[in-house]
Write a new protein. Sequence first.
Length: 96
Amino acid sequence: MDIEKLKAAGFVETTYPDQEGVFLTKRTRVDALPRAGANFVDNDFICGDSEAITEMFPDGGVQLHIPDGDYVEGPYAASSVEAAALLNDAIAASSA
């Protein structure tokens, strides 16, 4: 996935003190993500207004984390269909 396209969609460079490299991170509400919003909101553990964090790792892996629901999807290899689905969901959220 093109780094500039991700940045234009709201991903920001993020570093963590205990990890090497630069991550690309986008924080949204779960209900702003078309796929995740439709599939994960159960109103018990994951609500529409729960925070969703989509992140591309320095090695290209991609993960979705919803802290309220203790939910993690991935990490998936950058070239995988699953990684593309997570990134496209986060990109779509920028126009919501």
